[in-house]
Design a binder for this molecule. Structure first.
Ligand SMILES: Cc1cc2nc3c(=O)[nH]c(=O)nc-3n(C[C@H](O)[C@H](O)[C@H](O)COP(=O)(O)OP(=O)(O)OC[C@H]3O[C@@H](n4cnc5c(N)ncnc54)[C@H](O)[C@@H]3O)c2cc1C
Ligand SMILES: Cc1ncc(C[n+]2csc(CCOP(=O)(O)OP(=O)(O)O)c2C)c(N)n1
Ligand SMILES: [Mg+2]
Length: 570
């Protein structure tokens, strides 16, 4: 069957199971848009191409599949850069399709010509220019495979305008991907495996560091069985949250810069760390020279490049987390290690069981109250998409996720402006889910134009703005480390509720604690999107905090203040 390149692209995307494409048109991609109009694909018109990439990323993270973003050449493509980098740093499978000037014009500084494959070389897993219609189907199929396989990541396919317009024979069977054969997994030798087993069985104070790779692998069941078999206490990375239920007694909470104090102390006291699908980010380790000095380390990780990159390990099991865990489990001695659990319980003290909700109402509205109430009111079942800053850390501390892929957040790049568009993508992936955006007053102002996308698409996404009048996380650093010189962090904002109204979205403003629950309830019952502007305490800080570069156990603890560092079960 003869089709144009643009038609081949649409046909290929349909056959790959794509339903939605997040994009923005322009001259160099117009032939594709013309074909899109005749296809079954649903195009979501964004307000900025950065939004398209975050939507595709949110779609991928919520679904476990591939998200697709599309843009024109030049400025359309460069607007995607931040979203691509965000997906790259968090190993998210996104395929970006960009239009490019005609192949005869390449290299002439033609109108809206930019070398987007050159620009995105370091922030894509793979990228490619296609200049022949007959190469489109195979290249796009390869892009999907590469984006999802092994360690996932973004792939960019740049298609010249003449390739979109030209006709070629389309035969699905003849355009199968031509990729090198998959490496046989797991690819570690027996001595490495035996060493890991010996370490596991000899350990008196083991601790698991659970990361994002568990979810990517779909290893939740195997992981839970492994944890229960070994009675291992589990510490979560920010991106690992959800991989292991928060309500499991063995789940200690988040580790790292804003992790729970007892978690970081337990890491420092452990005699064995078992890192699963996590990459020892510096937000997780603190000063490497003093990190977990008493512990041997086992690293279960799919990407060989991560082994010994930041932390030297004693046994490296390079492979898919699920496969490796399933192989290890039968060889493990089942031990209860009561002394170690008693020691961790002692470190927890009573801070773990105090409930922020039962503290007296002093008239202050704290972000922690809002997020903890949101958790209770949504029964921990919502998909929460956060932005970056203090509210992001409070979400990780006060919303307890029991299910995978329910916390969607930019960890590695820490991209402000991520939340609103990523939540739109998540809602398309999981239309029945209760999707909440938790966003700061700063980050919201970066991509708030996507409110129009919500309205145009008639989707329901609730938005909780944690409005502290500051670029709060930066203000906190200025408070702690720059003598409270608040340069460029006080932030003027529009009346967010009125702004929402101007888009045709219901807006609320909350200033007291008593109004939090009723407003969340009514927002959930309302059939359209609701934006709630929570005016929270302006100069509250996130505790505990490991100052950048300090040792993991050198935490700044919360001063005498009504809020504690975590909260109890409802
Ligand atoms: C303001 C701010 C503060 C932060 N504070 C903290 C903090 O206090 N604590 C914290 O934990 N984080 C914090 N972060 C996040 C931090 O920067 C990192 O993003 C996070 O720690 C990374 O978690 P990860 O290693 O689990 O996930 P990723 O970075 O996504 O790494 C996943 C790893 O899993 C591997 N993998 C992928 N697929 C598989 C598979 N199938 N099998 C096995 N392995 C696989 C990948 O190769 C990769 O190495 C903060 C971020 C921000 C923006
Ligand atoms: C695009 C981008 N620019 C700058 C930063 C640096 N930064 C990290 S947190 C933060 C403040 C965020 O403020 P806000 O959105 O109001 O959230 P809050 O910390 O107050 O909860 C800034 C500026 C960033 N992470 N991303
Ligand atoms: Mg703020």
């Amino acid at each position: 069957m003869k089709l144009t390149g643009a038609e081949i692209l649409c046909e290929t995307l349909e056959r790959l199971g794509v339903k939605e494409i997040f994009g923005y048109p322009g001259g160099a991609i117009l032939p594709v848009y013309d074909a899109l109009g005749k296809s079954k694909l649903h195009h979501v018109l964004v307000r900025h191409e950065q939004g398209a990439t975050h939507m595709a990323d949110g779609y991928a993270r919520a679904s476990g599949g591939v998200g697709v973003a599309m843009a024109t050449s030049g400025p359309g493509a460069t607007n995607m850069v931040t979203g691509i980098a965000t997906a790259m740093l968090d190993s998210s499978p996104v395929v970006c399709i960009t239009g490019q000037v005609g192949s005869k014009l390449l290299g002439t500084d033609a109108f809206q010509e930019i070398d987007i494959t050159g620009i995105t070389m370091p922030i894509t897993k793979h990228n490619v220019v296609v200049s022949h219609a007959e190469d489109i189907a195979r290249t796009v199929r390869e892009a999907f495979l590469i984006a999802q396989s092994g360690r996932p990541g973004p792939v960019l396919v740049d298609i010249t305008k003449d390739a979109q317009q030209a006709s070629a024979e389309f035969d699905w069977d003849k355009c199968a991907p031509k990729l090198p054969p998959k490496r046989k997994r797991p690819s570690y030798d027996k001595t490495e495996f035996d060493r890991a087993i010996a370490l596991l069985n000899a350990s008196k104070r083991p601790l698991i560091l659970a990361g994002h790779g568990i979810m990517i692998s779909g290893a939740m069941k195997a992981f839970t069985e492994f944890v229960h078999a070994g009675h291992f206490p589990v510490a979560m990375t920010l991106l690992g949250i959800g991989a292991f239920p928060a309500n499991d007694p063995l789940n200690l909470g988040m580790m790292g810069m804003h992790g729970e104090a007892w978690v970081n102390h337990a890491i420092q006291e452990a005699d064995l760390l078992i890192a699963v699908g996590m990459r020892f980010d510096d937000r997780v380790t603190g000063d490497l020279r003093t990190y977990a000095k008493s512990a041997k380390k086992i690293h279960i990780e799919i990407d060989r490049a991560e082994i010994n990159k930041n932390v030297k390990v004693d046994a490296a099991l390079v492979g898919d987390a699920r496969e490796v865990l399933e192989q290890l489990e039968p060889h493990m001695e089942k031990k209860e290690r009561p002394d170690w659990h008693a020691r961790i319980a002692e470190m927890k003290g009573d801070s773990a069981v105090r409930d922020i909700q039962s503290l007296p109402d002093t008239g202050h509205l704290y972000a922690a109250h809002v997020i903890n109430d949101l958790w209770k009111e949504t029964h921990g079942d919502a998909i929460v998409v956060t932005d970056v800053g203090q509210h992001q850390m409070w979400e990780a501390q006060y919303y307890h996720h029991n299910k995978p892929r329910t916390l969607i957040t930019s960890g590695g790049l820490g991209t402000m402006g991520f939340a609103l568009p990523a939540a739109i993508g998540a809602k398309f992936a999981r239309p029945d889910a209760d999707v909440w955006v938790v966003v700061g007053d700063g980050g919201f102002q970066m991509t708030m134009a996507e409110l129009a996308t919500i309205v145009q698409e008639k989707i329901k996404v609730n938005i909780a703005i944690i409005n502290n009048g500051y670029l709060g996380m930066v203000r906190q650093w200025q408070e702690f480390f720059y003598d409270k010189r608040y340069v460029a962090t006080p932030l003027v904002a529009p009346d967010f509720a009125a702004l929402a109204n101007s888009f045709g979205i219901r807006g609320e403003r909350i200033t007291t604690r008593a109004d939090v629950v009723p407003t969340i309830r009514s927002a959930r019952e309302y059939k359209e999107s609701v934006l709630i502007d929570f005016r929270v305490e302006q100069e509250d800080s996130v505790y505990p905090m490991v100052p950048a570069g300090a040792s993991l156990h050198e935490m700044i603890r919360r001063p005498n203040n009504p809020l504690v560092e975590t909260s109890a079960e409802p």
